[in-house]
Design a protein around this ligand. Sequence first.
Ligand SMILES: *[C@@H]1O[C@H](CO)[C@@H](O)[C@H](O)[C@H]1NC(C)=O
Ligand SMILES: *[C@@H]1O[C@H](CO)[C@@H](O)[C@H](O)[C@H]1NC(C)=O
Length: 262
Amino acid sequence: MRFAPQRLNSLASVLSLLLLQGVEQVDGHYGFPVVVINGVVSEWWQYVRPVGPDDYGNYFQPLLDYTGEPQVCGIDGTKTGSITGTAKVEAGSTIGFIAFSAIVVTAPVWPTFNESTDGIRHEGPGQAYMSKAPADLESYTGDGEWFKIWSSGSSDGQHWDTYRKAELNFTIPKTTPPGKYLVRVEHFNISPIYGQTQQYINCAQVEVTGPGGGTPGPTIKFPGGYDPKDSSIWLPNALYQPQKPTELLKNYKGPGPEVWTG
Ligand SMILES: *[C@@H]1O[C@H](CO)[C@@H](O)[C@H](O)[C@H]1NC(C)=O
Ligand SMILES: *[C@@H]1O[C@H](CO)[C@@H](O)[C@H](O)[C@H]1NC(C)=O
């Protein structure tokens, strides 16, 4: 699919602004502008709400503030629903978010995946949430309840499972009630220094089909759901880059509620 002309125009104007501001190439930072649904790789920002630059004009910059609007869907992600499409996805199927590096944006021609620069470039956990739009999804600001559908830590007790992966994959739980949702993906560049754990957050718009029947929960809100003092965010030193596998890291649990598996 291609962007509708007016959607392309508004995207192009948001993004030419980024170019004017002289976005620097910063290896290591990343975002999730592309989703894989039913095995089909989307265009950039086709189903993921476009995000804006930070105060310095940089794009895909890490988020360090756990209280503001960017906590929901990235910078400006509460506002860009109307220029974003909604993907149909069958409950029980897998959805993937591909990580692209914070390289210079070349709107409206977006880069294709480059193995030497793209993918998850920082050590840390990944999680995913969903929130049902009470009415219209495009204008939904994500101020409702969010339930967790995926959480990835360290299965070997030494390395983070998502590190150097091209994408984050997870399943939309089988009994998710049909309807329109934001799907929020987050990845941390986790740090043992207070206030330094970086977040990378994006949201896709999906319409879930299927039989439903489940009651998603427990839920939290964004912003407000995370406390930067939580030891799953302000990582204890013993869990940071251990020299050998440790049960402490194996038992790491990301912030927020339990995963709802449907
Ligand atoms: C991928 O990135 C590397 C490093 O920046 C660059 O040398 C190479 O040309 C890129 N490959 C493609 C196909 O663009
Ligand atoms: C994600 O799923 C795709 C298939 O859609 C697969 O090729 C890829 O290896 C998976 N990635 C990870 C990190 O599991």
